[in-house]
Design a protein around this ligand. Structure first.
Ligand code: PRX
Length: 630
């Protein structure tokens, strides 16, 4: 696969992708190994959310990571693993070694009865085995669903049940900073509510005491003991499922976003190579967790498909101290560094002292993902980490898009602070108003939609295709609706403004307000709750909950209990930052909560509350303002 090298080439490719998308994508697809070539490049039906890319082709994505790379790059380092504790030795794993370990574990999966199409949950720390687990599933044709290991037992159980998974891959415990997390205990608790799981494979990481249930639980090292390191890859149709990844929406429970084999392979690798401008000898590091889409596409699949060296970090940016990221950059001479604005802002708060002993000279490209990056953080990152010389790629995309959609190409597209900038070739963004009218030209603002399919477009929400159609393809006819607001500035550059639905973005993690409300409502003394986002210096958005309670407990006690319930139902990432106990919520005569008012109050903006005369209970607004937590 060739990468774009100049701005004029970018514009040429963009034009081609617009005029003749099939030619554009097939030229890229030819660089992969196919067991059988496609009949049709694309069949697309927006109304029914039915997309077939590279129809009837056959492949296996792992053949394109291994067999395609091994002859040239067998001894090249595929994964550098940096442990949580910097005193522990890192691991340098070559492509050859990763291949052998993947094949060995693939055989272990098969021995435990896993076959093509079975769903396997991965609930693991950031260790090379997490990547091996994903690749082994792909090798044997099983569908992996990675669940971020910070989610609670209840959340894990929901995901297992939703996709009727047959197996869980996990570890005894996780090291995170100075904490050790009892992961296997969480799995045990979750499995009390799950009937589909037949076996659990446990990686020994922390060596803490765990329960092993006879006949169900097996140690990873014992499972691979007698397995061969040769395993032919399963033949997959282009549209066979590669993975399910659960993500929050504006209503109800998280949905299982489905990605299929061929389109995802082509798009994740094409975008990796072009956005980061990866060169053969570069060392690339994305700080995400494999539990999120960024980890899937830009730690594991994208880089490995391109034969890159990808760094996996087990720990957190603040352990053993706040220089950790910069120490790692210097230790491995990282060339491309990709992180989230929330991490930048958190590190920025510590000033420049933690950067003082690091040269960061190796950096060529720095990247941002997950939430809008404010101008102050952009400049701090650009000036102090990138030393003013590294292009900063602000990459906009989503779990549903599978890969980066709007971003500068490093060093090619001119940088503009806080602007994701221009769409990648093949991506046709449109800005629409509330009625679905396209807003053409520059200096316009509205909802962001995409009007033609790209290879890694969401295929379905697992087990509920109607939900996929309703969420993404029915708001605006013939378009994919992103849920984000966007502005096209006077130069035609795009600036993402954040969510326009009831989804909030906390530290780059998507959270449905309804999901948090449901969790809060599980407390027996809670009568009703409403959750909104508010601007937060570090997290981007914080969670503000208004709660009506019927309890004799004092406010502090009930607030603590509510936080604990949310931790238990979803996980620590969803716990409210502020809880205001109220006697009522502002409602319209039809009983709808007027969230606009709640958002304003939470944002400390009491002036422009708008028309409150249609409220059933206008007096409540005064009470809410008086009790607001600032
Ligand atoms: O609101 C946008 C925001 O994150 C949402 C997608 O979240 P998720 O599926 O968890 O994927 C995150 C990692 C790709 C989007 O709808 N978002 C993501 N990247 C950016 C962003 N907002 C602004 N600028 C970005 N670069």
């Amino acid at each position: 696969m060739k990468r774009i090298k100049t701005l004029s080439e970018y514009f040429k490719k963009y034009e081609l992708s617009e005029k003749d998308p099939e030619k554009f994508w097939s030229e890229i697809a030819y660089s992969f190994i196919w067991k059988k070539k496609w009949d049709n490049v694309l069949e697309s039906d927006f109304e029914n959310a039915d997309f077939k890319w590279f129809k009837n082709a056959q492949l296996n994505i792992t053949e394109n990571i291994f067999e395609r790379n091994l002859s040239e790059r067998g001894d090249k380092t595929a994964i550098i693993w940096e442990p949580n504790d910097p005193k522990e030795s890192p691991i340098y794993m070559s492509y050859k070694e990763l291949y052998k370990q993947t094949c060995t574990f693939s055989n272990a999966l098969k021995s435990k009865g896993i076959k093509k199409g079975d769903r396997v949950i991965i609930y693991m720390p950031m260790v090379p085995e997490a990547a091996i687990a994903m690749l082994a599933c792909a090798r044997v044709g099983a569908v992996h669903s990675v669940v971020f290991a910070g989610f609670s037992a209840a959340s894990l159980a929901d995901r297992i049940n939703d996709c009727e998974a047959k197996m869980v891959l996990t570890s005894d415990g996780n090291f995170r900073g100075n904490k050790t997390i009892p992961v296997k205990d969480v799995v045990d608790e979750a499995l009390e509510k799950c009937s589909s799981i037949e076996s659990v494979i446990v990686l020994e990481r922390t060596k803490q005491n765990i329960n092993i249930k006879d006949g169900r639980d097996f140690w990873w090292h014992e499972c691979i003991e007698d397995e061969s390191n040769i395993c032919d890859s399963e033949v997959m149709d282009s549209e066979d499922l590669l993975f399910i990844l659960y993500t929050s929406g504006s209503t109800g429970k998280p949905k299982g976003v489905v990605h299929s084999s061929a389109g995802y392979m082509v798009y994740s690798s094409y975008t990796f190579l072009n956005v980061f401008q990866y060169d053969e000898e570069d060392i690339y590091w994305c700080t995400a967790d494999v539990g999120w889409i960024t980890g899937h596409s830009y730690i594991v699949y994208g880089p490995l498909l391109c034969g890159a060296t990808t760094v996996m970090f087990e720990g957190v940016p603040t352990y053993p101290n706040v220089s950790r990221f910069w120490d790692i950059v210097d230790k491995y001479k990282i060339n491309q560094f990709y992180t989230a604005p929330t991490a930048i802002r958190a590190l920025q708060a510590h000033g420049l002292e933690p950067l003082k002993n690091n040269s960061l000279d190796s950096l060529k490209v720095i990247g941002s993902v997950g939430e809008p990056i404010n101008e102050e953080a952009w400049h701090w990152y650009h000036d102090n980490v990138g030393k003013g010389k590294c292009p900063l790629v602000d990459t906009w995309w989503q779990t549903e898009t599978g890969g980066i959609m709007i971003s500068a190409l490093a060093g090619i597209t001119p940088n503009k602070p806080a602007h994701a900038s221009l769409p990648l070739p093949g991506i046709m963004p449109v800005i629409v108003d509330a009625d679905g009218n396209e807003l053409n030209g520059n200096n316009v603002q509205g909802n962001l939609c995409i009007k033609s399919p790209w290879p890694s477009i969401i295929r379905t929400t697992y087990g509920d295709h109607e939900r996929c159609i309703n969420t993404y393809f029915s708001n605006y006819k013939g378009m994919y609706f992103t849920g984000d607001g966007v502005k096209r500035d006077h130069d035609g550059y795009l600036r993402i403004l954040g969510r326009v639905d009831d989804v909030i973005n906390v530290s780059g993690h998507r959270m449905g307000t309804a999901e948090v409300e449901n969790a809060i409502n599980e407390h027996e003394d809670v009568i009703e709750s409403a959750v909104v986002g508010y601007p937060h210096d570090i997290k981007g958005e914080g969670i503000y909950a208004y709660v009506i309670v019927g309890t004799k407990l004092n406010d502090d006690k009930i607030k603590d209990e509510i936080i604990n319930v949310v931790r238990k139902v979803i996980g620590p990432i969803a716990k409210p930052d502020k809880i205001q106990i109220v006697s009522g919520l502002p409602k319209t005569r039809s009983g709808k909560i007027m969230r606009r008012i709640l958002r304003k109050v939470a944002s400390n903006d009491f002036q422009n509350l708008g028309d409150t005369s249609t409220l059933l209970n206008p007096d409540i607004v005064t009470e809410i303002i008086d009790g607001a937590i600032i």
